[in-house]
Design a protein around this ligand. Structure first.
Ligand SMILES: [Ca+2]
Length: 269
């Protein structure tokens, strides 16, 4: 199942609201209250922050709902999926009202779930707000498949390139099948696969990065144009979509249930 069709959607950019709205108050709730509720499930410190890869750094995890909520609280951004509904593939692409970054499957998601239903420009805007940018296609590939740490923990080997972001085998990723079992969220509504997992719940892969293979597709900056590449496969696809040579592009204006992102930035001296 390819599942790639141009939806002919209008260009999408976050819009600002002039006053505090229900949306911003909900976002503030996520930012302030939900991390406290989730405290008992906090990720190990090594799962947070960014990893240096040569001349750049990349987020160790996909951007989460909690992180995106902080951006919305600060900027008042409203996404295209909030206005028009997000998209899911069920015997063809369907647009569903109420499916957006805050409610990936139509009901509120937790702060550690990946932020999805975001267009390429919306993902890029978040990264700019965070002082970062989307990784280029080349950067994403370097981070996903080639071990850049000088003294990586076993079994990783410095300088070696791997077949999957999880290493020689796809085991440990949240993919459709063939990757083993990763605990996914209970509220996923889908006729295929088991939905996404909270970010950083799967096994750490090459460069200590989480979910570069599987979980949700990740937008990258693959150059100018209305089509942009997504990387790493997702819970909707099997291990083959996690490979470096698997090429998929999507309309930059597309927002879908299985497309998320992470950010990068130039390394600091
Ligand atoms: Ca991913």
């Amino acid at each position: 199942m390819n599942g790639l069709v141009s939806m002919g959607l209008p260009a999408s950019r976050p819009q600002r609201r002039s006053s505090w709205s229900r949306s911003r108050l909900l976002a503030l709730f996520y930012f302030v209250a939900m991390p406290l509720a989730a405290g008992a499930q906090s990720l190990d410190a090594s799962a947070t922050g960014m990893q240096r890869i040569g001349q750049f750094e990349i987020d160790r995890t996909e951007v989460s709902i909690g992180q995106f909520a902080a951006y919305v609280a600060a900027t008042g951004a409203v996404t295209e999926a909030e206005r028009q509904g997000g998209q899911t593939y069920e015997s063809g692409w369907q647009r569903r009202a109420g499916w957006h970054w805050r409610a990936p499957f139509g009901t509120p998601g937790g702060p550690r779930e990946p932020a999805v239903h975001l267009t390429h420009p919306e993902a890029a805007a978040y990264c700019r707000w965070a002082g970062k940018r989307l990784p280029t296609d080349r950067e994403w590939g370097e981070a996903a498949y080639t071990e850049h740490r000088v003294s990586p923990p076993q079994p990783w080997i410095a300088g070696r390139s791997y077949r999957y972001p999880t290493g020689d085998h796809p085991s440990g990723a949240n993919c459709l099948e063939g990757c083993g079992q990763v605990a996914t969220v209970a509220r996923a509504v889908t006729s295929r696969g088991r939905g996404h997992a909270e970010v950083g719940r799967s096994a750490a892969g090459v460069n200590g990065l989480y979910d570069m293979g599987g979980n949700v597709w990740e937008w990258v900056d693959s150059g100018a144009g209305s089509e942009q590449r997504t990387r790493g496969g997702s819970w909707w696809y099997g291990p083959e979509a996690m490979r470096d040579d698997h090429v998929q592009t999507k309309p930059a204006t597309m927002s879908a249930v299985y497309i998320g992102f992470r950010c990068a930035r130039d390394a600091r001296p």
